[in-house]
Write a protein that binds this ligand. Structure first.
Ligand code: NAD
Ligand code: DAU
Length: 360
């Protein structure tokens, strides 16, 4: 990996994974300049990266990746050489009730970013060492049954939710821009992340916050759906490897080799909270578990074969799921100042619309 200073644009940097990536990148590449572009949707939280923002090294711009004039200006003024593109609408349940925003950001926003970066790259004489990393998901591959081999880079696309379809479309755009225009684009497809700064609509942070507030924990269907969990810092280390060492035009699958059924995961979280949280309104926490109506089209199982990134880029997860979940629980217990302000009226309305009927 080269240590020449880079000018890096991280989109979605006030969100969960990209926020963690800003922290990671700032600590391991202190000579690089980082510009964060984030629209601050409901999922964006400036507090995630606020302590890092300083005019010389890390700057924050509130704006939409679909705003071509804004993106053109940012790329040129900051002489951006590398893009890590993570801005997205990311929640499957919201894509089922309101798919429009997913097409606008994930498809059209990615298109705008690719076009702006292409113009910027051409104007600089098509440098061969510039990079655009498009960060995507394993959900583009569809759903596995128990016993099926895990997804890898040759698995055909079969997206099944509006979210997954929008990410699949954006992956195809990213690869087409590399193939047609020679733009130095890389694509990564990762399994479920967890860790600090995760918005409490996703299963793990929702479970933790509900336990702290004594509210029911909704488990969809019979709880037997399986996800492959990866600690977010391990994902950030993988993204760093791909961005700096990956081959343009290539795709890298990233996963934790940690398949866990949802009900088992929730039980582990309940036990950790019983052990680590001093005061809980309901104890044992597992009394809060409620099996509720299933997510429409709920994918049964995801699993990733990460052989390529391990063999070609030397990446392996460092954090076991036992250790990562313990760290995550401890982080939420130690940082109420991060998550309490998120429990707004909008958030309450969202929960009401998602869960009221299911929990009735
Ligand atoms: P997130 O919802 O926590 O964060 C998304 C961020 O993007 C937010 O800060 C939001 O304000 C910003 N954003 C949304 N629309 C925007 C727009 N039009 N312009 C600029 N900013 C905008 O998402 P996340 O879970 O951190 O996921 C980040 C990326 O990683 C996504 O592309 C997602 O598809 C992918 N991914 C996520 C996971 C996971 O488990 N969370 C796994 C694999 C891949
Ligand atoms: O696989 C990668 C994907 O992981 C990312 O691309 C997505 O952006 C990310 O949100 C995540 O998608 P999931 O749908 O797998 O995550 P979620 O946390 O929403 O749900 C995890 C599992 O838990 C899933 O099987 C649905 C279930 N679930 C979820 C919620 C929110 C419940 O049982 N109850 C819940 O309340």
């Amino acid at each position: 990996m080269t240590s020449i200073p880079r000018q890096l644009l991280i989109t979605g940097g006030a969100g969960f994974i990209a926020g963690n990536l800003v922290h990671h990148w700032a600590s391991v590449h202190p000579g690089d300049r980082i510009v964060v572009l984030d629209a601050l949707t409901y999922a964006g939280n400036r507090a995630t990266i606020a302590p890092l923002i300083d005019a010389d090294r890390i700057s924050f711009v509130q704006g939409d990746i679909g705003d071509r004039a804004l993106v053109d200006g940012l790329l040129a003024e900051n002489a951006i050489t590398h893009v890590a593109h993570l801005a997205a609408e990311s929640h499957v349940d919201r894509s089922i009730t309101g798919p429009g925003a997913f097409l606008a950001t994930n498809v059209n926003g990615t298109f705008t970013l690719l076009e702006a970066f292409r113009a910027h790259w051409l104007a600089a004489g098509s440098p061969t060492d510039w990079r655009f990393l498009h960060v995507s998901t394993d959900e583009v591959f569809g759903s596995l049954e128990p016993g099926d081999p895990p997804f890898n880079e040759t698995t055909p696309y079969s997206p099944r939710s509006p979210y997954a379809a929008s990410k699949a479309a954006s992956d195809h755009l990213a690869r087409a821009w590399q193939h047609t225009y020679g733009l130095p684009v890389l694509v990564s497809n990762c399994s479920n992340n967890y860790g600090p700064y995760h918005f409490p609509e996703k299963l793990i942070p929702l479970t933790l916050i509900n336990i702290l507030l004594g509210r029911p924990i909704p488990v969809y269907g019979d709880g037997s759906n399986v996800r492959d969990w990866l600690y977010v810092e391990d994902h950030c280390r993988a993204l760093e490897r791909v961005l700096l060492g990956g081959e343009p035009g290539r795709t890298y699958c990233i996963g934790g080799c940690n398949e866990v059924a949802n009900i088992d995961l929730v039980q582990i979280l309940c036990s950790l909270m019983d052990e680590l949280a001093p005061d809980l309104p309901v104890r044992p926490s597992r009394e809060l578990i409620r099996f509720v109506a299933d997510r429409p089209g709920h994918d049964r199982r995801y699993a990733i074969d990460a052989t390529r990134i391990r063999e070609e880029l030397g990446w392996e997860p460092q954090v076991t799921v036992q250790e990562g979940l313990r760290r995550t629980v401890s982080w939420y217990l130690a940082h109420p100042g991060w998550w309490q302000p998120l429990l707004s009226a909008d958030y309450a309305n969202y929960l009401e619309s998602q869960y009221a009927a299911r929990l009735a």
